[in-house]
Design a protein around this ligand. Sequence first.
Ligand SMILES: [Zn+2]
Ligand SMILES: [Zn+2]
Length: 332
Amino acid sequence: MMEKMRAMVMVASGKPLLPLLIPVPQPTAGQVLLKVHACGVCRTDLHVLDGDLPHPKLPLILGHEVVGEVVTLGEGVSGLTAGARVGVPWLGYTDGTCRFCLQEQENLCDAARFTGYTLDGGYAEYAVADARYTFPMAPEDDPAEQAPLLCAGLIGYRAYRLAGVHAFRIGVYGFGAAAHILAQVAVHQSREVYAFTRPGDIVTQAFARQLGAVWAGDSNVLPPEPLDAAIIFAPVGALVPLALRAVIKGGVVVCAGIHMSEIPAFPYNLLWEERHILSVANLTRRDGEEFLALAPRVPVHTTVQRYSLTEANAALDDLRHGRFEGAAVLVI
Ligand SMILES: [Zn+2]
Ligand SMILES: [Zn+2]
């Protein structure tokens, strides 16, 4: 096997990733070594790169939507064999012993480690992952189209679940990678999707309608019907009062991003009548199992913008400026 691999490496906040030739990591006990086939580019990668999220591992290989093939197994790995296709999500390790882990809230684990943030991720030819936090993926499908399922899909699904089983009219603020997957799930479950985009972004509004949204419009206008729930994917705090204004009594506003600009002050009457706001943090492995079982039944089709590994900086820049519909993926 190769001893060196190509990787796009973050060396400091706010600096472009560097294309480097570095040693192929070796799996320790419980880990697998993967040949990476594809890795999604997520908005969280921008937050890590920009320094919005504190204390990343440095130097760091970004990327937490990793689809690859098992090459070698570390000591003690069971249930996986060489050649198997697996996916690696954001949640890369939990201790299994803290109060949150013991209450089926491993997404809140005190000692969690995260792929592409506090652990190296998938912007590279090879990656190691703790075998217990990998998901089996269908080997016949296009790995580039699978990659966005691993964060955009999973986090979107967790947000959707927290919007409540009775939410029929669901507003989505920010129609990017997560929303374009979630919309397909919601339509499949006979719910109505209302898509909100940056004001004037008629291209994304058309994309949302094409995926089954009953309405698509600017984020600063009210939808034609009051919403039962709203999910905010855009990292824009000013959307919180706008979304509260759009939901009915008892309705929920779910903030699905890991980072958001400051939420402006708003009058209490927007929250009154038992409207509530909550955030979604990370994922549990159960979210992954549920969502990855559901996706082929919908079936979810991801729209992907493909880049080579060395085009990672361009992919991040295009994501930052909203230059494509769907999800960006590095094909490696
Ligand atoms: Zn824990
Ligand atoms: Zn992500």
